[in-house]
Write a protein that binds this ligand. Structure first.
Ligand SMILES: C[S@@+](CC[C@H](N)C(=O)[O-])C[C@H]1O[C@@H](n2cnc3c(N)ncnc32)[C@H](O)[C@@H]1O
Length: 321
């Protein structure tokens, strides 16, 4: 795992082929697109841009937690672990921790294969002495780290509140599957967006510049490639709102007029105003995160929040009881 980073692409080996998955979701009475389809190369680049937006507080809040508490956090997670970055994207968050965490190796896992492969190659040039490995896979379908990844001292890093894209039940299922990838002395460092005022939340997912709208609409160009559909994103409007009953931000694409979408062997019509549900982003209270971890077989060791209490970083180990 030294020199040019090895990259293992398992993203094609999914339980269900992407075309079938997408067309099934689009054909339901309430159409949806799984959020993982946001992340083609352009979608990943747009997400990096979202992180720079004034309205998008999660990245800044999470960074402020690491800035304020890095000494304590690195003391708790320990040095020389195998740092496994789940949904690594541009790998920037993990890279900022290398100095203090001093990992024995770094594993970047992401479904956006081209994007993460390039980010990892770039990172390897900056840190030539750190063994690195890339794994392209869809971790919602279950994943197994390759044998090249040491079993001992795996530190799973799952930042950015990506866990919020699952329903609470799915999140527990995901964490349980993750637990099966844990060997001796494993840990989980999880970043979770916390419940807060509606106006702050809604602005974060509907920025004035329209970057989140572009990110949302870009899913249609990705879906066109994956499923052979003929969406024209110009006819779809970005909608984001807080569903207070579910404590989640929902993102949708709304048809600006009546639209016929077709694909080989089928199609469907959308009435003006009809929506495609593209993302949920659940917002939690710290106690809910703790019970989710417990249900999945982890024990919360420590947690930290930013000054406003908007975002939380949670460190958990295996609950062996
Ligand atoms: C919200 S972004 C977070 C990126 C980065 N970790 C951060 O915190 O800024 C979610 C990341 O997870 C990846 N991802 C989304 N769904 C995935 C899946 N099912 N399997 C693997 N990676 C996935 C995306 O490609 C993207 O890089």
């Amino acid at each position: 795992m030294r020199g040019v980073p090895q990259f293992i692409d398992q993203a094609g080996a999914r339980a269900e082929d992407p075309r079938t998955e997408v067309l099934r979701a689009l054909s339901r009475a309430r159409a949806s697109i799984p959020p993982k389809y946001f992340y083609d190369r352009l979608g990943s680049a747009l997400f990096t841009a979202i992180c720079e937006l004034p309205e998008y507080y999660p990245t800044r809040c999470e960074a402020s937690i690491f800035d304020a508490h890095v000494e304590e956090i690195s003391g708790v997670v320990g040095r020389r672990a195998t740092l496994v970055d789940l949904g690594a994207g541009d790998c920037a968050k993990a890279a900022r921790l290398f100095d203090r965490f001093d990992p024995a190796c770094y594993v970047a896992v992401d479904i956006s294969v081209d994007f993460v492969r390039e980010a990892l190659a770039c990172l390897q040039r900056q840190f030539p002495g750190l063994p690195m490995l890339g794994l392209g896979c869809d971790f919602t379908a279950g994943f197994a780290l390759p044998d090249a990844v040491p079993l001992e001292r795996r530190l799973f890093f799952y930042p950015g509140s990506s866990i919020g894209n699952f329903t609470p039940a799915e999140a527990v299922g995901f964490l349980r599957r993750l637990r099966r990838q844990c060997g001796p002395q494993a840990g989980l460092l999880l970043g979770v967006d916390l419940a807060k005022a509606k106006d702050v939340l809604e602005a974060a997912y509907d920025d004035a510049l329209g970057v989140t709208a572009a990110f949302n609409r870009n899913v249609l160009t990705h879906v066109n490639r994956v499923a052979g559909t003929d969406f024209d994103f110009a006819h779809w409007d970005h909608v984001a709102f807080l569903n207070e009953a579910q404590s989640r931000i929902e993102m949708h694409l709304q048809a600006g007029r009546a639209i016929e979408v077709s694909w080989a062997g089928g199609g469907r019509s959308f009435a003006a105003g009809e929506r495609i549900h593209t993302e949920n982003s659940y917002k939690y209270r710290p106690a809910q995160v703790e019970s989710m971890l417990r249900e999945a077989g982890f024990r919360l060791e420590r947690s930290w929040t930013d000054a406003a209490g908007w975002f939380g970083v949670f460190f958990a180990t295996l609950d062996e009881r």
